[in-house]
Design a protein around this ligand. Structure first.
Ligand code: AMP
Ligand code: ZN
Length: 116
């Protein structure tokens, strides 16, 4: 997708604070962090959002999760005593603002539930 912000971050056309790259994913710091740790993990391939995921995307979706775990380990929040939240936003009610699938990895503080 030529006009997609996260595709441009994946290609390097737009700068981001990239913390990890894997064959199928790129992870970078959220520009407006909601917590001390807030990283977005995106598939290199453009997928609109979680509602567009099909069985053929299974390897990439699994890689989003393994990359998220690796990011959490790297950021020091993966221990049994700590932990983190993984979020996919879908659509306006969830405030989904960028139409390229991304997994939020949020942590470094105690979360509240339910989310606002
Ligand atoms: P969502 O609301 O789930 O669509 O999440 C989009 C996220 O992308 C928000 O948390 C934004 O702060 C973040 N974001 C938007 N533009 C950038 C950017 N250029 N670099 C890093 N994060 C961004
Ligand atoms: Zn895209």
């Amino acid at each position: 997708m030529t006009d997609c912000l996260f595709c441009k971050i994946v290609s390097g056309d737009v700068d981001a604070d990239v913390v990890m790259r894997t064959p199928g994913t790129v992870a970078f710091k959220d520009i407006n962090p909601a917590a001390p740790v807030h990283v977005l993990v995106v598939p290199r391939r453009h997928i609109e959002n979680a509602a567009f995921v099909e069985p053929e995307h299974a390897p990439e979706v699994a890689e989003l999760l393994t990359s998220a775990r690796a990011v959490a380990e790297m950021e020091g929040i993966a221990s049994e005593e700590r932990g983190y939240r993984l979020v996919f936003n879908v659509g306006p009610d969830a405030l989904n603002s960028v139409p390229h699938l991304h997994l939020h990895v949020i942590g470094g503080r105690k979360m509240t539930w339910p989310p606002g």
